[in-house]
Structures are given as structure tokens and as C-alpha cells.
Design a protein around this ligand. Structure first.
Ligand SMILES: *[C@@H]1O[C@H](CO)[C@@H](O)[C@H](O)[C@H]1NC(C)=O
Ligand SMILES: *[C@@H]1O[C@H](CO)[C@@H](O)[C@H](O)[C@H]1NC(C)=O
Ligand SMILES: *[C@@H]1O[C@H](CO)[C@@H](O)[C@H](O)[C@H]1NC(C)=O
Ligand SMILES: *[C@@H]1O[C@H](CO)[C@@H](O)[C@H](O)[C@H]1NC(C)=O
Ligand SMILES: *[C@@H]1O[C@H](CO)[C@@H](O)[C@H](O)[C@H]1NC(C)=O
Ligand SMILES: *[C@@H]1O[C@H](CO)[C@@H](O)[C@H](O)[C@H]1NC(C)=O
Length: 652
């Protein structure tokens, strides 16, 4: 049952399995919650500001100068997977442009879409490989299709054109899969679920009769069987890697099975499969797989480590930006299919820690929990990534995250509310400042405040739900000015009965400081959704400036003060200084700007470096080399150099 990652990834030899039509599935299992079309949920307050920071930065300007996406005819990319980076760009920038209401970006994404649709090959093929000698790999189209779906949901007048085009492509893909799985190379085989989700979108929204439905389900089953998920390939927990994998023989003879971004995307594979198998064990395995991934590779920032391949628990190993945004998207989908509140709890932690920690100001390829230097590393701790991986810049290490990272905030926003399947109830899932047509939580400073005020304007009575995160202790709700009552969530959701007219309620969601045990007896500090780190004072050096766009710089950061601290966990104290104006400073994740801090009694210790560019593991039970002092921890997402897994000592 714990063979999840065989399930997600399977054996290469399974590719040779002969696909046998089950002939049994005729319908898709419903989801527990439905997403709301792009544009139905809007960010406000600090979250809108954060979206504008990326829109005014690299995300919003890369189409003006960055090779991969500067040509509307999709000829910028040079990789064998041409159209992949363009597709990723569309997947990310369609929601970014629409939520930021940015006409330059919207014009660009619309031009991409119409170019691709109007150049669809007569066979149904989509993309620039038409009429070229490039192989027809299916994978490069998957992110493009996600972009086209989002644009169609926002602008229903595109429906006929997009749906017709997708069906043409599905017919072609189905015939390719029938003839010896043409178009399936190893990346297609590990990321097949993204196509299945597009097929399910067609099935749910544009089914077009029983023969089209049969075609869609047949294609889903074929994708599953050509993907790394063969039922005969199941193995035990024994095969799940419980440490960094670079020295672990890969039983699948295929390194991609343990590739971090594949896993992030592959988290959607089993819930997508469940919808056509109706087999509860697919959901159980998906849920257990999620837990195993974080148990053996998890970070206090909410995400897991994979500096290309799964990287274990050591604080200097890396987490790729692409897997941060893909895991958030997968977690949103897992909740919609399975309904377990552990998924949104974690997505929120990733969004409020790992995401801003790696892209505020500029983007990294890899982030580290303990990061004492960001620059071109003479010696680097990442066995399979280059020395430039943790630089903050345009394209550190690979181009994928440059085009893929902008999906993080917009998709978090789009998935912040869902509806119940009968569409009778609205569920506020990710807490923060949002508005929908009936809801306004715009006064909310969450996660920078424990108080959330929500105003609902309804034409008729309905039941509204709001998620109460698992870390809340002694939370209260006060409806329409009545006395606060203890929250009483069921399966993570607090029901609020709303009458016609206006309803206002105030949630108080306090949380205690908690510590998490990390390797070598170190600890990590949390309060509520936020993880706290020591923001190492730093100097900055420009490593490179892009010739076409001088704003696109690669930055090195060097520690300019000591960071070798142990802390006494019994002395942690939280404090918050809400802004008198009610408005948070911008960009809120810049160093020192959040109103929250945790102080700790600390002392300097002997803590070696493993190389001039990264720290050794935190020493266990170190002795102080200096007097006790007080250090301040701030949210992880606002730090660029940091210590966030600390050795401990007793101050008295
Ligand atoms: C987007 O901007 C246009 C004008 O630039 C404005 O008319 C429209 O109301 C804006 N839409 C939203 C949702 O803010
Ligand atoms: C819908 O089904 C009809 C009948 O099978 C078919 O002719 C038509 O092409 C289908 N539409 C699309 C968009 O595939
Ligand atoms: C099918 O693919 C296999 C493996 O790539 C290859 O050996 C075989 O020749 C192919 N068969 C046909 C009919 O193309
Ligand atoms: C459900 O999946 C499990 C695990 O793959 C399998 O053992 C079981 O036979 C499946 N059940 C059905 C009804 O297909
Ligand atoms: C990083 O430094 C190495 C030498 O240590 C150099 O060869 C390489 O070009 C540098 N990388 C970049 C992107 O500057
Ligand atoms: C929660 O409330 C109980 C009862 O008032 C109190 O004993 C406890 O200390 C509170 N917990 C926290 C973390 O505030």
C-alpha cells in the first residue's frame, strides 16, 4: 500500500506491458470539491501587492527579452522539447495576466494561444514541430493545454475554438498511443497525468456524447499504461527512498522516477487515476505517498528537498523552485479529489514560506533551509545541479523555473476557494486577503495577523465554509457582532450559516509557537502557517546583467555577520506589531518588513563550514563560545540568507 512512488513512477520495464482495455469504466468519479473558473477569485491587500511585485518584475517582463518566450510564433526555444517552455509560460502567465489585469501580458498570452490554434496541423498536432523534423513528443503540449483551459474559463467565447482543437489533438494522441505509443518518451511517461487532467476537464465540461466520452476514457487508460504506473509493477515501501538518492541504486533503472519535479507533478497521478478506476486504493496510496515524501525529504518551509533528485533531510540540500509551484498546484488538486484538510494546510505553509523565500526580488533555482551564501559556488552541495543553482537571477542553472515560477501565486489565488459539488456552498480554503463575487476578506492581513474579517453579500441563504487550519488552538468565530464562540470545524471546515443580505464574521485564529525536530538534534521554529528563520545580514554583488534588460540581474549574497548560533527553545517569544495604517509594507516578504517576530535566547558556538559556500550540519549539543544574547527570527519567506535549523542549548 505504500508503494506510492512506484505507483507514481513505476518501472521502465513496465513500458513494455501490453495495454489491455478494461472496458469497464464508463464514467468519471466526481470530485469532492470543484474549482472556480479563473477570474472568479481575486487577490486583495498584501496578496495583490505580491502578485504585482512579480508582474512588475521578471514574470511580467520576460516576454520582452527572454529567448524562450519572446517570439509569439513559438520559435524561441531550442530544446528537443520545443514548445515546452512556451507552454509552461502560458500555463503560468494566463492566470498572472488576468489576475493582475495586465493588458500587455494578456495580449501576449492571447497571441500565443491564437498562433498555436491557427497553426494546428491537419492531423491535429499542436505546436511548432509542425512541418519540421522535430519528433512529436506529447509532453510539451500539456502545460500549454492547462493555459488554454484557464483562458477559456475566463473567456467562454473561446470555448468552441479551444474545445474543437483539443478534441482534434486527443484523436491524434489516441491514435499515436495505439500505434506503439508514439510520442511517449521518458518525460511524457512520467508526466502523463497532466494530459489526463485535460481529458477530464473535457469530460466534465464538454463531454460531447458517449463516443467522445469513450475516446477520452480510453486515452486516459492508455496514458496510464504507457506511463510509469503499471499495476504489475507495484512494490513495497522497501523501494521508497528514505534518504538522499544519489547513492541509492535506483531499482527502476531510470533516475527520472526519483526526480523532484516529476514527483511534484506526479502527486496528481493517483487522484486523476481514481476518477476513472473508482478504486479507493488509488486515493489511499496517494495520501500515504504525500506523507512519505514529507517524512523523508520534508523541509520546515513546508516543501521537500530535491536538488534534481530526492535529497533527504539535510539542511544544506536544495529544493527546486519548479517543484515548489508544482507541489502547490498538486496539493490543491489532491484536496479537490480527496477532501483531506492536510493538503491545504501544507499548501498554505508552502505558499507562505518556501515560495516567497525563493522568489522575492528575483528567482533561485534551488533554495536551502540553512543558506549562508548565495552565489557561484566553488564547491556545491548539490550532486546533480550546477554551482550557480542558488544564485538569485534570471536563469540560474536551467530555464524551466524562469518560465514556470509565475504560476505559484496565481494558482494559489485561483484555488483559494472551491465549491461543494452541488454548487450550493462556497468554501474558503486558503486564508488570506481575497474577494469573490459574494465574499470579501480584504481586510485580512493573514498570515501576518490572526484575525480574519469576512463580509458576505448573498441573494439567498446558504452555508458557507471556511477552513480552520490544524495549527489553530482556541480559535473563535463571532458572527454579526455576536459574542465570539469557539470554532468547531468538521473535517477542517467551519460552517457559517449565511442569510440573504450581508453577513460579517470575525475569526480569531491564534496558534502557539511550536518546534520541529530536525536531523542532528536541531530544531525548526513555527507559529501558525509561518516558519521562522534567522535573517543573516548580507552584502550584495551583481554577478551579471542581461544585455537586453538591465533590470534582469544575477545577484550574489554574502554573509556579513555571524550566523553560528544555537538557541534555547524554552525562551521563544512571539510578538506582532500590526501596522497602524492597516496596510502592510510592500513587498511584504522583503527583509525585515513583516510585522511578526520571534525572539530567542541564543549563543555563538563552533559551527564549521563544509565548504566556503555552505554550512556543515548543525552540531549536536554544542557548547557556547560566547555569552547568551537575544536574536530575532523573522518569517522564512523574508530571508535570503538564513539559518532555520538550529542547534539547541540550555541558557540557564
Ligand atoms: C481591468 O482594467 C480595465 C482598464 O484597464 C478596467 O476597465 C477593468 O475594470 C479592470 N478589471 C478588473 C477586474 O480590475
Ligand atoms: C462531437 O461529436 C460529434 C458526433 O460524434 C462529432 O461530429 C463532433 O466532431 C464532436 N465535436 C468535437 C468538438 O469533437
Ligand atoms: C515499437 O517500439 C519498439 C520499442 O521502441 C520497437 O522495437 C519496435 O520496432 C516498434 N514497432 C513498430 C511496429 O514500430
Ligand atoms: C484496486 O487497486 C488495488 C491496488 O492496485 C488492487 O489490488 C485492487 O485489485 C483494485 N481493485 C479493483 C476492484 O480493481
Ligand atoms: C562559476 O564559476 C566557475 C569557476 O569556479 C566558472 O567556470 C563559471 O563560468 C561560473 N559560472 C557562471 C555562470 O558565472
Ligand atoms: C486554550 O484555552 C485553554 C482554556 O482556556 C487554556 O488552558 C489553554 O492554555 C489555551 N491554549 C493556548 C495555546 O492558548
Amino acid at each position: 500500500m505504500t508503494s506510492t512512488f512506484l505507483h507514481l513512477s513505476g518501472l521502465i520495464s513496465c513500458l513494455s506491458l501490453i495495454w489491455v482495455a478494461s472496458g469497464q469504466t464508463t464514467s468519471l468519479a466526481p470530485k469532492k470539491f470543484l474549482s472556480i473558473p479563473l477570474g472568479g477569485i481575486r487577490p486583495t491587500g498584501w496578496l495583490l501587492d505580491q502578485l504585482m511585485v512579480q508582474t512588475n518584475g521578471l514574470a511580467g517582463h520576460e516576454h520582452e527579452f527572454y529567448d524562450y518566450v519572446s517570439q509569439t510564433d513559438w520559435t524561441g526555444g531550442t530544446s528537443a522539447y520545443s514548445s515546452l517552455e512556451e507552454g509552461r509560460y502560458i500555463n503560468a502567465m494566463v492566470p498572472n495576466g488576468i489576475l493582475a489585469n495586465n493588458s500587455a501580458i494578456n495580449t501576449k498570452t492571447s497571441a500565443f494561444l491564437s498562433y498555436v490554434l491557427s497553426h494546428q496541423d491537419s492531423t491535429g498536432w499542436l505546436g511548432p514541430e509542425v512541418g519540421t523534423t522535430k519528433p512529436r513528443y506529447l509532453w510539451g503540449r500539456y502545460p500549454f493545454m492547462f493555459g488554454a483551459i484557464q483562458m477559456t474559463e475566463f473567456n467562454p467565447s473561446l470555448t468552441d475554438q479551444v474545445v474543437t482543437s483539443l478534441y482534434k489533438f486527443v484523436n491524434l494522441a489516441n491514435s499515436m498511443l495505439k500505434s506503439n505509443n508514439t510520442g511517449v518518451e521518458e518525460w511524457t511517461a512520467t508526466r502523463w497525468e497532466d494530459f489526463v487532467m485535460t481529458l477530464q476537464w473535457l469530460y466534465d465540461n464538454h463531454p460531447n456524447g458517449t463516443s467522445s466520452q469513450a475516446l477520452l476514457i480510453d486515452t486516459m487508460e492508455r496514458l496510464k499504461w504507457t506511463g510509469f504506473l503499471g499495476r504489475r509493477c507495484f512494490r513495497s515501501r522497501f523501494f521508497f527512498p528514505t534518504t538522499a538518492v544519489e547513492n541509492t541504486p535506483n531499482p527502476f533503472n531510470l533516475p527520472l522516477t526519483w526526480h523532484g519535479v516529476n514527483m511534484a507533478e506526479g502527486l496528481k497521478a493517483l487522484p486523476a487515476t481514481y476518477r476513472f478506476t473508482h478504486n479507493q486504493s488509488d486515493l489511499d496510496t496517494a495520501s500515504q505517498g504525500w506523507d512519505l515524501l514529507f517524512q523523508y525529504h520534508g523541509r520546515p518551509s513546508g516543501i521537500y528537498a530535491a536538488d534534481e533528485y530526492l535529497a533527504g533531510l539535510e539542511a544544506i540540500r536544495g529544493t527546486e523552485l519548479c517543484l515548489v509551484v508544482e507541489t502547490m498546484f498538486s496539493g490543491s488538486y489532491l484536496y479537490q479529489v480527496i477532501g483531506d484538510p492536510k493538503f491545504p494546510d501544507r499548501v498554505e505553509r508552502i505558499a507562505y514560506n518556501a515560495l516567497p523565500g525563493t522568489l522575492t526580488g528575483s528567482t533561485q533555482y534551488l533554495q536551502q533551509q540553512n543558506q549562508i551564501f548565495a552565489g557561484n559556488m566553488s564547491t556545491n552541495p548539490f550532486p546533480l545541479d550546477g554551482p550557480y543553482s542558488n544564485v538569485f537571477g534570471l536563469e540560474p542553472n536551467y530555464p524551466c523555473c524562469t518560465v514556470n515560477h509565475p504560476q505559484g501565486w496565481p494558482k494559489f489565488i485561483t484555488n483559494a476557494f472551491v465549491t461543494t459539488p452541488d454548487m450550493a456552498s462556497l468554501v474558503h480554503l486558503y486564508l488570506g486577503p481575497f474577494s469573490t463575487s459574494v465574499t470579501l476578506a480584504s481586510g485580512s492581513l493573514y498570515p501576518f495577523s490572526d484575525t480574519i474579517t469576512t463580509t458576505l453579500t448573498a441573494k439567498a441563504a446558504f452555508t458557507y465554509y471556511v477552513r480552520i487550519p490544524s495549527w489553530v488552538v482556541n480559535g473563535t468565530i463571532a458572527i454579526n457582532g455576536a459574542a465570539p464562540k469557539a470554532v468547531a470545524p468538521v473535517n477542517g471546515l467551519q460552517a457559517v450559516t449565511v442569510s440573504a443580505g450581508t453577513t460579517t464574521f470575525v475569526l480569531q485564529l491564534p496558534a502557539p509557537i511550536t518546534t520541529e525536530t530536525r536531523p542532528h538534534g536541531a530544531i525548526a521554529v513555527h507559529r501558525g502557517p509561518l516558519h521562522y528563520a534567522f535573517d543573516i545580514p548580507r552584502t550584495q554583488k551583481v554577478l551579471a546583467t542581461n544585455a537586453q534588460q538591465p533590470m534582469a540581474q544575477d545577484l550574489e549574497f554574502d554573509a556579513s555577520a555571524k550566523w553560528q548560533y544555537a538557541i534555547d527553545p524554552t525562551t521563544l517569544k512571539f510578538s506582532s506589531l500590526p501596522p497602524a495604517s492597516g496596510t502592510l509594507p510592500s513587498p511584504i516578504f522583503d527583509s525585515g518588513l513583516t510585522p511578526l517576530k520571534i525572539t530567542a535566547t541564543a549563543c555563538l558556538i563552533n559551527w564549521a563550514i563544509a565548504a566556503p559556500t555552505f554550512a556543515a550540519s548543525p552540531p549536536t549539543n554544542p557548547a557556547c563560545t560566547g555569552p547568551a544574547t537575544t536574536i530575532t527570527l523573522t518569517p522564512y519567506g523574508s530571508t535570503k540568507l538564513r539559518i532555520s535549523e538550529f542547534p539547541v542549548f540550555k541558557s540557564t
